[in-house]
Design a protein around this ligand. Structure first.
Ligand SMILES: NC(=O)c1ccc[n+]([C@@H]2O[C@H](COP(=O)([O-])OP(=O)(O)OC[C@H]3O[C@@H](n4cnc5c(N)ncnc54)[C@H](O)[C@@H]3O)[C@@H](O)[C@H]2O)c1
Length: 336
């Protein structure tokens, strides 16, 4: 059987994870080429015996027989690369977000549709075993009708201000995962967003025009509510918790720890801090999302996270931004 040929672009934090998984865990595919703008990244390609390393996306697309492209480059390249890949007839996995402009996202999705290729967005948390289990409990009706979804999502520390300036802001860069999680868990559409934001971690983040601490309330079409709390800095590490409360009970996913030991002494009870950040906490999810991308390509089934999921999360992020700016709840109909 011919192996599916995959090319990958962007060899930073997330690109290296996807490259490792693609090369080590999926014998049914072959990574035939990678692209990065810097020569130094060739060493990473060599480490995985990738036959072709290029510094230009058109050259990557021109590599013989490429079936699918995995896009892990910076956010401001995603829309261009997705359009080029679609026009070249490639199947596409693209990291979130697709773009920071809703109009641009809509244009990209139209082109993807016209080119009749598949597009999956990298909302990896849907593939986390803990959160998948909670979703399963919801769909199995184990907790009855969901009434309140609570998502805690706090980073161990903020990224550099240079990153924040081009990130699109906390809602589009960080909370976008939580918006997608709320949609995934509820399986419903958001109708209204009410957000409060503040600068409490670093005044430089405020000077860059962003916030670092926020609470967002989402109201779904059936009046289910989700509350998300975010902070760019939690001194005890990466805080990722989820709770769904419903008419028959409640389901919770706690933080993940490197081990489950507890030390009990007369001074108190202690244990290790949560897994430090996303590369550790969501390691299994990155592998599983690529597994499901490949499976969907092989079977011809729908992508588990599609372009519309990408669009909806960006629209919710823009509604949250507007809500902070105008100080009132914002209806999704004002945005989309
Ligand atoms: N799903 C997740 O959990 C997750 C986590 C982190 C980042 N991301 C997303 O992945 C993307 C990359 O983030 P990162 O943290 O890996 O960034 P990064 O800065 O660590 O890596 C970006 C890589 O792209 C390369 N690059 C720069 N300009 C390029 C260009 N024009 N064409 C091709 N490659 C180029 C850089 O050299 C670098 O290797 C972002 O869109 C980010 O939002 C997603």
């Amino acid at each position: 059987m011919n192996k599916m040929k995959v090319a990958l672009v962007g060899l930073g934090r997330i690109g290296k994870i996807h490259l490792k998984n693609l090369c080590r865990n999926f014998p049914e595919i072959e990574v035939v080429a990678v692209m990065n703008v810097f020569d130094e990244s060739k060493a990473i390609a060599d480490e995985y015996n990738i036959p072709v390393f290029v510094k230009d996306f058109d050259e990557l697309l021109a590599v013989d027989g490429v079936d699918a492209v995995v896009i892990c480059s910076p956010t401001d390249t995603h829309a261009d690369y997705v359009i080029k890949a679609a026009k070249a007839g490639k199947q596409i996995f693209c990291e979130k977000p697709l773009d920071l402009s809703l109009d641009r996202v809509q244009d990209v999705l139209q082109i993807v549709k016209e080119c009749d290729v598949k597009l999956m967005l990298g909302f990896n948390r849907r593939f986390d075993p803990e959160f998948k289990k909670i979703r399963q409990l919801v769909t199995d009706n184990a907790i009855g009708n969901p009434q309140i979804i609570k998502i805690t999502s706090r980073d161990p520390g903020p990224p550099p201000v240079s990153y924040i300036k081009v990130s699109g802001g906390m809602f589009l860069d960080m909370t976008i995962h939580d918006f997608d999680m709320a949609r995934y868990i509820s399986g419903k559409q958001v109708k209204e967003v009410f957000a409060k934001g503040a600068v409490m971690v670093d005044p430089e983040i405020g000077n860059a025009g962003d916030i670092d601490t926020a609470i967002i309330t989402l109201t779904f079409e059936d009046d289910t509510m989700a509350v998300i709390d975010n902070c760019r800095k939690a001194v005890y590490g990466y805080d990722q918790r989820l709770e769904v409360f419903g008419s028959k009970g409640m389901a919770q996913a706690e933080n993940n720890f490197p081990n489950n030991h507890k030390l009990y002494t007369e001074a108190g009870v202690s244990g290790d801090l949560p897994l430090h950040f996303f590369l550790e906490r969501y390691d299994a999810s990155y592998n599983q999302e690529i597994r499901e991308f490949i499976d969907a390509l092989v079977s011809g089934s729908e992508m588990p996270v599609d372009g519309n999921d990408g669009l909806q999360s960006i629209a919710i992020g823009l509604a949250a931004k507007k809500s902070v700016a105008v100080g009132r709840p914002v209806k999704m109909s004002e945005i989309l």
